[in-house]
Design a protein around this ligand. Structure first.
Ligand SMILES: C[S@@+](CC[C@H](N)C(=O)[O-])C[C@H]1O[C@@H](n2cnc3c(N)ncnc32)[C@H](O)[C@@H]1O
Length: 199
Protein backbone atom coordinates (compact mmCIF):
# COMPACT_ATOMS: atom_id res chain seq x y z
CA UNK A 1 0.00 0.00 0.00
CA UNK A 2 1.31 3.41 -0.89
CA UNK A 3 2.43 6.10 1.54
CA UNK A 4 -0.40 8.47 0.68
CA UNK A 5 -2.76 6.24 2.67
CA UNK A 6 -0.92 6.70 5.95
CA UNK A 7 -3.16 9.50 7.15
CA UNK A 8 -6.36 7.63 6.25
CA UNK A 9 -5.18 4.52 8.08
CA UNK A 10 -4.19 6.50 11.17
CA UNK A 11 -7.49 8.40 11.14
CA UNK A 12 -9.65 5.28 10.98
CA UNK A 13 -7.44 3.18 13.25
CA UNK A 14 -8.07 5.74 16.00
CA UNK A 15 -11.84 5.55 15.41
CA UNK A 16 -12.36 1.85 14.70
CA UNK A 17 -13.30 0.65 18.18
CA UNK A 18 -16.07 3.26 18.57
CA UNK A 19 -17.19 3.48 14.94
CA UNK A 20 -20.46 1.55 15.18
CA UNK A 21 -21.40 3.07 18.53
CA UNK A 22 -21.11 6.57 17.09
CA UNK A 23 -23.77 5.96 14.48
CA UNK A 24 -26.27 3.52 16.03
CA UNK A 25 -29.30 4.62 13.97
CA UNK A 26 -27.87 4.33 10.45
CA UNK A 27 -29.11 0.78 9.76
CA UNK A 28 -32.30 1.66 7.84
CA UNK A 29 -30.42 4.14 5.62
CA UNK A 30 -27.91 1.43 4.66
CA UNK A 31 -30.75 -1.00 3.94
CA UNK A 32 -32.50 1.53 1.70
CA UNK A 33 -29.30 2.32 -0.20
CA UNK A 34 -28.47 -1.35 -0.76
CA UNK A 35 -32.02 -1.88 -2.05
CA UNK A 36 -31.39 0.73 -4.76
CA UNK A 37 -28.33 -1.12 -6.04
CA UNK A 38 -30.68 -3.62 -7.73
CA UNK A 39 -28.92 -6.75 -6.51
CA UNK A 40 -30.38 -10.15 -7.27
CA UNK A 41 -30.02 -13.58 -5.71
CA UNK A 42 -26.62 -15.02 -6.65
CA UNK A 43 -24.99 -11.70 -7.52
CA UNK A 44 -21.38 -10.85 -6.63
CA UNK A 45 -20.90 -7.56 -4.81
CA UNK A 46 -17.99 -5.62 -3.34
CA UNK A 47 -18.25 -3.31 -0.34
CA UNK A 48 -15.38 -0.92 -1.13
CA UNK A 49 -13.99 0.70 2.03
CA UNK A 50 -16.24 -1.58 4.09
CA UNK A 51 -14.84 -0.40 7.41
CA UNK A 52 -16.53 -2.28 10.25
CA UNK A 53 -18.82 -3.96 7.73
CA UNK A 54 -22.01 -2.13 8.51
CA UNK A 55 -23.39 -2.82 5.02
CA UNK A 56 -22.36 -6.47 4.86
CA UNK A 57 -25.52 -8.00 6.43
CA UNK A 58 -27.73 -6.05 4.01
CA UNK A 59 -25.55 -6.99 1.03
CA UNK A 60 -25.64 -10.65 2.04
CA UNK A 61 -29.42 -10.54 2.46
CA UNK A 62 -29.70 -9.06 -1.06
CA UNK A 63 -27.57 -11.71 -2.83
CA UNK A 64 -28.50 -14.69 -0.65
CA UNK A 65 -26.37 -17.67 0.23
CA UNK A 66 -25.55 -18.36 -3.43
CA UNK A 67 -24.12 -14.85 -3.90
CA UNK A 68 -20.66 -13.50 -3.17
CA UNK A 69 -19.97 -10.60 -0.80
CA UNK A 70 -16.47 -9.17 -0.46
CA UNK A 71 -15.48 -6.34 1.88
CA UNK A 72 -12.24 -4.47 1.20
CA UNK A 73 -10.58 -1.94 3.47
CA UNK A 74 -7.04 -0.71 3.96
CA UNK A 75 -7.40 -0.12 7.71
CA UNK A 76 -6.72 -3.30 9.62
CA UNK A 77 -8.39 -1.99 12.81
CA UNK A 78 -11.68 -1.40 10.96
CA UNK A 79 -11.63 -4.96 9.61
CA UNK A 80 -10.80 -6.29 13.08
CA UNK A 81 -13.87 -4.46 14.43
CA UNK A 82 -15.91 -6.05 11.62
CA UNK A 83 -14.73 -9.48 12.73
CA UNK A 84 -15.52 -8.72 16.39
CA UNK A 85 -19.05 -7.76 15.29
CA UNK A 86 -19.38 -11.10 13.50
CA UNK A 87 -19.72 -9.49 10.08
CA UNK A 88 -17.15 -11.79 8.54
CA UNK A 89 -20.05 -14.28 8.51
CA UNK A 90 -21.73 -12.15 5.85
CA UNK A 91 -18.78 -11.52 3.56
CA UNK A 92 -15.14 -12.28 2.86
CA UNK A 93 -12.92 -9.50 4.26
CA UNK A 94 -9.76 -8.38 2.47
CA UNK A 95 -7.09 -5.93 3.62
CA UNK A 96 -6.46 -4.04 0.38
CA UNK A 97 -6.51 -0.68 -1.37
CA UNK A 98 -9.50 -0.08 -3.64
CA UNK A 99 -6.98 1.40 -6.06
CA UNK A 100 -5.31 -1.99 -6.51
CA UNK A 101 -7.89 -4.70 -5.97
CA UNK A 102 -6.89 -8.36 -5.73
CA UNK A 103 -9.96 -9.25 -7.83
CA UNK A 104 -10.37 -10.34 -11.42
CA UNK A 105 -11.56 -8.03 -14.18
CA UNK A 106 -15.35 -8.06 -14.66
CA UNK A 107 -15.71 -10.50 -11.77
CA UNK A 108 -18.48 -8.59 -9.96
CA UNK A 109 -22.02 -7.35 -10.58
CA UNK A 110 -21.91 -4.31 -8.33
CA UNK A 111 -19.90 -2.13 -5.96
CA UNK A 112 -21.24 -0.44 -2.84
CA UNK A 113 -19.05 2.29 -1.34
CA UNK A 114 -20.17 4.12 1.80
CA UNK A 115 -18.20 7.11 3.01
CA UNK A 116 -15.28 6.20 0.76
CA UNK A 117 -14.86 8.56 -2.14
CA UNK A 118 -13.86 11.67 -0.16
CA UNK A 119 -10.91 9.74 1.31
CA UNK A 120 -9.36 8.66 -1.98
CA UNK A 121 -6.09 10.41 -2.94
CA UNK A 122 -6.74 9.86 -6.64
CA UNK A 123 -10.50 9.31 -7.07
CA UNK A 124 -10.44 9.08 -10.87
CA UNK A 125 -7.82 6.33 -10.78
CA UNK A 126 -9.62 4.44 -8.01
CA UNK A 127 -13.03 4.71 -9.69
CA UNK A 128 -11.41 3.24 -12.82
CA UNK A 129 -10.12 0.35 -10.74
CA UNK A 130 -13.62 -0.23 -9.33
CA UNK A 131 -14.90 -0.21 -12.90
CA UNK A 132 -12.30 -2.81 -13.91
CA UNK A 133 -13.69 -5.39 -11.50
CA UNK A 134 -17.35 -4.87 -12.51
CA UNK A 135 -19.00 -6.50 -15.52
CA UNK A 136 -20.46 -4.46 -18.35
CA UNK A 137 -23.78 -3.02 -17.15
CA UNK A 138 -22.81 -3.53 -13.52
CA UNK A 139 -23.64 -0.87 -10.95
CA UNK A 140 -21.94 1.40 -8.43
CA UNK A 141 -23.45 3.10 -5.39
CA UNK A 142 -21.61 5.96 -3.69
CA UNK A 143 -23.45 6.36 -0.42
CA UNK A 144 -23.25 8.34 2.79
CA UNK A 145 -25.88 8.15 5.55
CA UNK A 146 -25.89 11.94 5.77
CA UNK A 147 -26.14 14.59 3.06
CA UNK A 148 -23.31 16.96 2.15
CA UNK A 149 -24.74 20.04 3.83
CA UNK A 150 -25.66 18.24 7.05
CA UNK A 151 -22.20 16.62 7.18
CA UNK A 152 -20.45 19.95 6.65
CA UNK A 153 -22.55 21.50 9.44
CA UNK A 154 -21.70 18.60 11.77
CA UNK A 155 -18.02 19.13 11.02
CA UNK A 156 -18.25 22.91 11.39
CA UNK A 157 -17.21 23.70 7.82
CA UNK A 158 -18.77 25.02 4.62
CA UNK A 159 -19.19 23.14 1.37
CA UNK A 160 -16.78 24.54 -1.19
CA UNK A 161 -17.42 24.55 -4.97
CA UNK A 162 -14.62 22.05 -5.50
CA UNK A 163 -16.43 19.45 -3.34
CA UNK A 164 -15.88 16.16 -5.14
CA UNK A 165 -19.42 14.97 -4.39
CA UNK A 166 -21.19 18.02 -5.82
CA UNK A 167 -23.27 16.79 -8.74
CA UNK A 168 -21.45 19.09 -11.17
CA UNK A 169 -18.10 17.59 -10.13
CA UNK A 170 -19.12 13.99 -9.56
CA UNK A 171 -20.89 13.43 -12.88
CA UNK A 172 -17.80 14.25 -15.03
CA UNK A 173 -15.50 12.45 -12.58
CA UNK A 174 -17.58 9.29 -12.97
CA UNK A 175 -17.85 9.72 -16.74
CA UNK A 176 -14.08 10.09 -17.05
CA UNK A 177 -13.67 6.86 -15.07
CA UNK A 178 -16.03 4.83 -17.24
CA UNK A 179 -19.22 5.18 -15.19
CA UNK A 180 -22.49 6.85 -16.23
CA UNK A 181 -24.30 8.46 -13.32
CA UNK A 182 -27.95 7.38 -13.36
CA UNK A 183 -29.23 9.12 -10.24
CA UNK A 184 -28.09 11.63 -7.67
CA UNK A 185 -29.64 12.35 -4.27
CA UNK A 186 -28.23 14.78 -1.73
CA UNK A 187 -30.64 15.41 1.11
CA UNK A 188 -30.07 15.80 4.86
CA UNK A 189 -30.71 12.14 5.64
CA UNK A 190 -28.57 10.68 2.88
CA UNK A 191 -26.24 11.07 -0.08
CA UNK A 192 -26.59 8.49 -2.84
CA UNK A 193 -25.15 8.56 -6.35
CA UNK A 194 -25.83 5.55 -8.57
CA UNK A 195 -23.88 4.76 -11.72
CA UNK A 196 -23.66 2.04 -14.34
CA UNK A 197 -20.51 0.73 -16.00
CA UNK A 198 -20.24 2.11 -19.51
CA UNK A 199 -19.14 0.25 -22.70
C1 LIG B 1 -15.96 6.78 6.48
S1 LIG B 1 -15.33 5.13 6.61
C2 LIG B 1 -16.75 4.21 6.10
C3 LIG B 1 -16.71 2.76 6.51
C4 LIG B 1 -17.93 1.96 6.12
N1 LIG B 1 -18.08 1.91 4.68
C5 LIG B 1 -19.18 2.54 6.77
O1 LIG B 1 -20.06 3.01 6.02
O2 LIG B 1 -19.29 2.49 7.99
C6 LIG B 1 -14.23 5.01 5.21
C7 LIG B 1 -13.49 3.68 5.14
O3 LIG B 1 -12.80 3.65 3.88
C8 LIG B 1 -11.54 3.06 4.10
N2 LIG B 1 -10.68 3.49 3.01
C9 LIG B 1 -10.25 4.74 2.72
N3 LIG B 1 -9.48 4.73 1.63
C10 LIG B 1 -9.42 3.45 1.20
C11 LIG B 1 -8.77 2.80 0.11
N4 LIG B 1 -8.02 3.47 -0.77
N5 LIG B 1 -8.93 1.47 -0.03
C12 LIG B 1 -9.68 0.76 0.85
N6 LIG B 1 -10.32 1.33 1.90
C13 LIG B 1 -10.19 2.65 2.08
C14 LIG B 1 -11.12 3.55 5.47
O4 LIG B 1 -10.13 2.73 6.02
C15 LIG B 1 -12.45 3.49 6.23
O5 LIG B 1 -12.64 2.25 6.85
Amino acid sequence: MSEDHTHVREFFTARAADWDGKFPDDGPAYAAAVAELGLREGDRVLDAGCGTGRALPELRAAVGTSGVVVGVDLTWAMLAAAVRAGRDRDGRLLLADVGALPLGSRSLDAVFAAGLVAHLPDPARDLRELRRVVRRGGTLALFHPIGRAALAARQGRRITPDDLRAESNLRPLLAGSGWRMTSYTDEDARFLALAVRED
